[in-house]
Design a protein around this ligand. Structure first.
Ligand code: URA
Length: 231
């Protein structure tokens, strides 16, 4: 792909703005030689103002979403997108969140511009486990793990029972919940169904991929090995 188009697709500016950047000599190769609009150099060779290019399309990243941020692109409050470089919201193909976390839920949020990968991850058929740590208002009663594992729990205003879910008790008011589907506010509604209330919800894992020690509000690109670990 020609450089002018590649840079515009990465959100560095409109084609006209990118053409201007090229004319100004701000785009070079790794050795500092100025590149031109029609050049098609190897991705890793290109520098903009001396900095390596953003990753090419096919990007998958993980963000440690803090509570209070929404997964929408145009909500009035704070947006998860605002934690990424501004350019990332202007990329083509579009960078989307892989499913959503509620505004008040924190933790592992995946984002990708690869539509096929996105659908593979969120498809109900994939049944990819998603692991949450919940802090609860009331001590657990003791029967919750059985109710969640039963495959018969029907949430309010729904008709089909939930798939069996795993519950590991961490303390009287903390538990780790493993879901294999993603219904609206599912974790919060499940605890409401057993007479409790979620005070804080934090996603620690999607598939085999753990949030690890990535600090809150930070993000990083996932490499091929980590992508594999998802499955
Ligand atoms: N379940 C919820 O209730 N909220 C989330 O954000 C994710 C799962």
């Amino acid at each position: 792909m020609k450089l002018v188009r590649a840079l515009a697709n990465l959100g560095y500016g409109s084609r006209r703005q990118v053409a201007m950047m090229l004319r100004e000599g701000r785009v070079t190769d790794a050795a500092g030689e100025v590149l031109y609009a029609d050049d098609a150099p190897a991705w890793h060779e290109v520098r903009v103002d001396g900095e390596p290019l953003d990753p090419p399309p096919g990007l998958l990243l993980m963000l440690h979403k803090p509570p209070g941020y929404t997964c929408s692109t145009r909500d009035r409050g704070r947006l998860a997108y605002s934690l990424l470089p501004t350019r990332f919201a202007l990329r083509s193909p579009t960078l989307s969140t892989v499913g959503r976390l509620d505004r008040d839920t924190s933790g592992l949020l995946l984002m990708t511009d690869d539509g096929q990968l996105l659908h593979r991850i969120i498809s109900p058929k994939s049944r990819l486990p998603k692991v949450y740590e919940a802090t609860l208002a009331e001590p657990l009663r003791g029967d919750e793990a059985g109710v969640f594992a039963s495959g018969t729990l029907v949430l309010e205003s729904e008709k089909t029972p939930l798939l069996p879910a795993g519950l590991e008790v961490l303390s009287p008011t903390r538990a780790r919940l493993t879901l294999h589907e993603g219904r609206y506010h599912q974790a919060r509604r499940m605890f409401a169904a057993v007479g409790n209330h979620v005070l804080a919800l934090h996603r620690v894992q999607v598939g085999g991929l753990a949030l690890g020690d990535l600090p809150e509000g930070e993000w990083r690109i996932l490499d091929a090995g980590e992508r594999e670990r998802l499955w």
